[in-house]
Design a protein. Structure first.
Length: 360
């Protein structure tokens, strides 16, 4: 290409099923002019308001992003300052006066699959099928300037990866890689999914005029900055307990236990000795409530808890516990999933006796 520029880093908007949707490059700062006379399909001579900053072999698009007749063309031959540009490839459509003419650097997209987040990527081989035209790039799908974004559908041999990422290319140089996105798509707490949830709540949609994805994602980023940098009236930075979090779906409980220590969770809590970072804990369909120490001691006053010290054999009529000092001389105990009765105890050895053999 006649001019060079660091290519933008692409963004995967969504992965749904086997379809990957990729955001267009931002063209707002690219060189732009417009037609000063109508242009007939298949012609090669453009008349523009100003051809300044266009050079031989530069690529450009005729039309606006997302317009059905927008198409990609390149400059053929040296450019003399004025209003004329000559094209190498002929166009498919007529273009009216004032049609935008915008220089582009990113032309194609390379799609990679990876087994791990941030791991080495494998170029999706099926894009080779898209290189029949001389205007297309090897190993890249062409950016679909005539659509709101570029979509690509993976074939069966491309769907074996856990993650995907993409790069822009101009045919010679590649951009840096996009973020890696799970094959199952954006997670529920990603910026895009948050925006989509908000749109669904108010029954709105992105129209790329008043409402754009760029604007909405910027709002999410700005709000994140506001939250993480929130300063209290006394000048201290707000300490948010939910900065580290996880939606944990499985915890190990012991039958007949009256308590569960949050510090035993397998996930990392910012404050493991308190519940301030936990939104909700459910046991089956039942929501568990937290209880402070005073309330716990009041509610469970008189309820004795100990543990089995020595495993009891089947049919044994005694059982050794950690201690029996607070137990009654006889009574009933819950041991795991069983309820047993006993008729005596020896505090010095922590042994309860008189257990019916039929219960063990």
């Amino acid at each position: 290409m006649a001019t060079s520029k660091k290519l933008m880093i692409p963004e995967i908007l969504s992965i749904q099923g086997s379809s990957i949707r990729i955001k267009h490059p931002t063209l707002s700062e690219n060189t732009q002019t417009s037609l000063i006379s109508p242009f007939t399909a298949a012609a090669t001579a453009l008349s523009v308001r100003d051809n300044r900053n266009f050079s031989d072999d530069d690529w450009m698009i005729l039309g606006s992003l997302g317009h059905a007749k927008t198409e990609e063309v390149d400059v053929n031959g040296a450019v003399t300052r004025g209003t004329s540009l000559t094209l190498t490839n002929s166009t498919k459509f007529n273009h009216e006066i004032d049609t935008p003419v915008t220089k582009i650097f990113e032309r194609g997209i390379k799609i990679y699959g990876a087994s791990t987040d941030g791991g080495a990527g494998t170029l999706i081989a099926s894009v080779d099928a898209k290189t029949a035209s001389t205007n297309q790039l090897a190993d890249a799908i062409m950016i679909q300037w005539d659509k709101p974004s570029t979509d690509y559908t993976l074939i069966s041999t491309d769907t074996t990866y856990a993650y995907y990422f993409v790069k822009f290319t101009d045919g010679t140089t590649d951009s840096d890689a996009s973020d890696y996105v799970l094959a199952a798509g954006q997670t529920y707490n990603s910026g895009r999914e948050m925006v989509q949830s908000a749109l669904d709540l108010v029954r709105a949609e992105v129209d790329n005029r008043l409402i754009t994805w760029d604007f909405l994602l910027d709002c999410v980023n700005d709000f994140q900055d506001e939250v993480t940098n929130f300063v209290l009236p006394d000048g201290t930075v707000k300490d948010w307990p939910f900065e580290i979090f996880e939606d944990l779906t499985s915890i190990t409980l012991t039958q007949s236990e009256n308590k569960y220590a949050v510090s035993a969770l397998t996930t990392s809590l910012k404050y493991p000795d308190s519940d301030q970072g936990i939104i909700q804990v459910k046991l089956g369909s039942k929501i568990l409530k937290t209880m402070d120490l005073d309330e716990y001691e009041t509610q469970y006053n008189g309820i004795v808890r100990t543990e089995v010290a020595t495993e009891g054999a089947v049919g044994a009529t005694s059982l050794v516990l950690d201690d029996t000092y607070e137990l009654s001389d006889s009574g009933t105990l819950n041991v795991g999933s069983m309820t047993i009765t006993y008729t005596g105890k020896t505090d010095s050895t922590g042994t309860i006796t008189g257990i019916p053999a039929s219960r063990r």
